[in-house]
Design a protein around this ligand. Structure first.
Ligand SMILES: *Cc1c(COP(=O)(O)O)cnc(C)c1O
Length: 449
């Protein structure tokens, strides 16, 4: 077959490839062929700064020499080994590194291949734990989840998800968790202020657990930032309070760090900001530096112990994904962790986080910006029709997309969440590139009205 032309690629991309979260009737092909560091290059040779880390997963930039070399080295050994009753040195070494790095007590690693699968694993482990631990509590089968939560697109993950626009359609297929409202400092319930927002939401959780804890297996949360909800940053102390209450009521805590883990918030794991150790911790996206699909669910020894027994007792975790723990993914994950050390990524990130804050303060002054929020290298800019009433733009007007369209014309590639413009560059972003992203966004927001 001869090489397709750019026109052919575009035509096939429109008609053959069914893109995720994309209205294919209106899809405009955006075909990236190569990358250099934090820059993506399309098939026409146009260069764009990767302003959203190729959907929240790139960490050290694209084509990092260390990461590329680690992959090539692993290829010279073996590309895939199953994790069903077998192993390989690279995956074992990654488990060792993750356990050493993670918050204390997380001592075992179950590998899968995506964020959604990491969450499925955690949900099912929590369920099975209560069925078969010493002193079983088989009636603990329910879950607590937050409004606007996003945990992936498989049915278990969608069940605990709460983004109406994505999830309502599938309701008949789902199980129902107990749901609490998202703690959102921008849209607080009546009578609640910034001072008592944390206490208000923790009271609600306390009341819910007081009544229902006997039938709840676990609470699942995106620690600090609910990403897909629009980068909503929880008020300080909320995560810590959730940990205290779930302990008090004997409910497991699942921390979904798929988006916020791997340095994104300025610390390796978001839970570290509030000295929290969850019972189960989910990682994916940045785990491989954004190179390959690999996910991990870390569990405490207490959970692990409940699955041990004689084969005939049937206590095994009967769950697996063909490519879980794939050695290529593990090799590039190990290299990703090495680069964190060698390039002192978390240290050099701090001034960039401060720089992002300066830009956001300026953007916050613009007339149709209702709220700006930031946690580490995550920023959300919520556009509203009316600042005084916080009245949102109708989602179909695609205001966020308009800003991103403008940014594209300045060589910056972004993808919004409805009316929220997201800035989430690779941690390796250069300060000048960060400035370019933020300036393009600012001009885009100015242009919207
Ligand atoms: C992206 C995301 C997921 C899903 O990860 P996939 O790899 O797309 O399945 C789960 N949880 C959170 C918090 C996410 O941001």
């Amino acid at each position: 077959m001869s090489e397709p032309t750019a026109e052919q690629l575009q035509s096939w991309d429109r008609s053959l490839v069914w893109h995720a979260f994309t209205q294919m009737a209106q899809y405009e092909p955006m075909i990236f062929e190569r990358a250099e560091g934090c820059v993506l290059i399309d098939i026409h040779g146009n260069r764009y700064i990767d302003g959203v880390s190729s959907l929240w997963c790139n960490v050290h930039g694209h084509r990092h020499p260390k990461l590329d070399a680690a992959l090539r080295e692993q290829l010279d050994r073996v590309a895939h080994v199953t994790s069903l009753g077998a192993s390989n040195p690279t995956t074992i070494k990654l488990a060792r590194r993750l356990v050493d790095l993670a918050p204390p007590d997380l001592a075992h690693v179950f590998f899968s291949d995506d964020g959604a699968t990491a969450v499925e694993v955690a949900l099912k482990m929590a369920f099975q734990y209560w069925q078969q631990r010493p002193g079983p509590r088989p009636e603990k089968t329910g879950y607590v989840a937050l409004g606007e939560a996003y945990h992936g697109d498989t049915l278990g993950a969608v069940s605990v998800g709460g983004v109406e626009r994505f999830h309502a359609m599938f309701r008949p297929l789902l199980f129902e968790p107990l749901r609490l409202p998202v703690p959102n400092p921008y849209r607080m319930p009546e009578g609640v202020s910034a001072e008592n927002l944390t206490a208000y939401h923790l009271d609600q959780l306390d009341n819910l657990l007081a009544e229902h804890h006997g039938r709840i297996a676990a609470m699942v949360i995106e620690p600090l930032v609910q990403a897909a909800a629009g980068m909503i940053v929880h008020p300080p102390g909320y995560l810590r309070g959730v940990r205290e209450l779930t302990r008090k009521y004997d409910v497991l805590l699942i921390a979904d760090e798929v988006a916020v883990g791997m340095g994104r918030t300025g610390k390796m794991f978001a839970c570290e900001h509030e000295d929290v150790t969850p019972d189960l911790l989910c990682l994916a996206k940045g785990l491989t530096g954004g190179y390959l699909p690999l996910a991990a669910t870390l569990a405490t020894d207490e959970i692990w112990q409940a699955f041990l027994g004689d084969y005939a007792e049937s206590k095994s975790f009967f769950h697996g994904h063909t490519f879980g723990g794939n050695p290529l993914g593990a090799a590039v994950a190990l290299a990703t962790l090495d680069v964190f050390d060698e390039e002192r990524t978390l240290e050099t990130l701090q001034p960039k986080i401060a720089r992002l804050a300066e830009h956001l303060a300026r953007i916050a002054q613009l007339p149709h910006v209702g709220h700006v929020r930031q946690c580490g290298m995550i920023a959300g800019i919520e556009l509203v029709r009316d600042r005084a009433t916080k009245e949102p733009y109708p989602w179909a007007e695609r205001r966020g997309q308009q800003v991103c369209d403008h940014a594209l014309s300045e060589g910056v590639w972004l993808r919004p969440l409805g009316n929220v413009v997201v800035i989430l560059p690779p941690l390796a972003i250069a300060t000048e590139q960060l400035d370019q992203i933020c300036n393009a966004v600012r001009r885009g927001v100015e242009n919207v009205e």
